[in-house]
Design a protein around this ligand. Structure first.
Ligand code: 1CP
Length: 333
């Protein structure tokens, strides 16, 4: 029998639980329907009933093994009083960074501002649909949050050359971010999240200074979460050395991206693995999907492995191929 809770961070090689990063989102018509009437994305994240409903949409439709709370990593800058907006066709737009304002935020103000997120978690955790399933809470890693706060928009085109000019600002910010990430994790766990995933979506942008900006601060957060008795999954997208990352940061499970060779991971990494499949494969066809999915399942046959993608599911993804993916994973022998 599969364990009842914590099945995603599984140590059992006999089953491959499945959920997908960004499973609650734009590829779902029922999400788009809600989004149409809720243009302000931050407000939507702060609507506890809708957030809970959106979290459960992919569980109702597909029966994934875990739900991930509908929220965003940028709710932390928002809660420490940097303005955050999401513009159609542009992405996130952050306001001016005022370190004096940010330094004044206390833990009570922060928790009050994000209370709807915690209420959404409590509501969702109580839903019978999640009786035997995990509810994943999440945060952005310190580095990725720092990048958005300084860059004030997606760093899709890279970070500017002067990014590291004001080291004391970066260090002050990093200190504050780490403190509030920990608080956000604790609050999500108290509300009912039973796994935490740390998204370091922009880990791959950093070439030097990886210990200062990625390893050390993320290790602190992983250690903190483990002390709260909850397993933690890390997703350091684009990091060059996954083995070193796992050895130093010590997550309970590692989510690999789609650019890394899964054979190398299997050979070098001893902890449970999640993910890897290129989300673009879900834009192709059933035969190709089967081939690619079975490649990951075969490589990780004798390794604790949860099926997931190597980055978030794309908005253009067809529902039928998601259904097919689940059936391939569940019927694999
Ligand atoms: O309708 C819309 O336009 C909103 C799209 C959307 C959604 C559905 C955004 C804007 N955020 C989310 C929800 C979200 N974001 C979830 C919960 C839902 C789920 O996973 O099912 C999670 C876990 C995130 C995490 C997140 N937000 C990350 C890390 C994961 C990743 O994809 O790398 C990042 C980088 C963000 C920032 C963000 N949020 C939204 C956008 C468009 C972006 C920017 C991405 C970029 O910089 O290119």
């Amino acid at each position: 029998m599969t364990p009842i809770k914590n099945c995603i961070v599984n140590k059992d090689t006999r089953s491959n639980p499945i959920w997908l990063m960004r499973q609650a989102g734009r590829y779902l018509p029922e999400f788009r329907e809600i989004r149409k009437n809720n243009q302000d994305f931050v407000k939507l994240c702060l609507n506890e009933n809708l957030s809970s409903e959106i979290t459960l949409q992919p569980i109702k439709r597909f029966g994934f093994d875990a739900a991930i709370i509908f929220s965003d990593i940028l709710m932390i800058p928002f809660a420490i009083n940097q303005d955050v907006k999401f513009e159609k066709g542009f992405g996130p737009k952050l306001g001016n960074l005022n370190i004096d304002v940010i330094s004044k935020i206390n833990e009570i103000d922060f928790t009050n501002k994000l209370n709807p997120v915690y209420n959404a978690i409590s509501l969702t955790a109580q839903n019978t649909l999640l009786k035997d399933k995990d509810l994943i809470g999440f945060v952005g890693a310190p580095w990725t949050i720092l990048v958005y706060m300084i860059n004030k928009m997606s760093p899709k085109k890279g970070i500017p050359e002067n990014f590291f000019n004001d080291i004391s600002l970066l260090n002050n910010l990093l200190f504050i971010i780490e403190k509030f990430i920990k608080l956000h994790i604790k609050n999500q766990i108290n509300a009912g999240a039973n796994i935490i995933q740390i998204f370091d979506s922009w880990a791959g942008l950093l070439e030097n200074k990886i210990p200062e900006y990625i390893y050390n601060p993320t290790f602190n957060i992983v250690e903190y979460t483990k002390k709260l008795g909850v397993p933690v999954i890390c997703f350091p997208r684009g990091i060059k050395n996954y083995k070193e990352y796992c050895d130093i940061v010590k997550p309970d499970m590692i989510n690999i991206d789609y650019e890394v060779d899964p054979n190398e991971i299997k050979k070098n990494i001893k902890i449970p693995v999640q993910g890897g499949l290129d989300p673009k494969i879900l834009l192709t066809n059933k035969n190709n999907l089967k081939k690619e999915v079975e490649k990951y399942l075969a490589i990780f046959k004798d390794h604790p492995y949860s099926f997931n993608l190597g980055h978030g599911i794309l908005p253009e993804t067809k529902i039928d191929l998601v259904k097919e993916l689940i059936s391939i994973v569940r019927n694999y022998k």
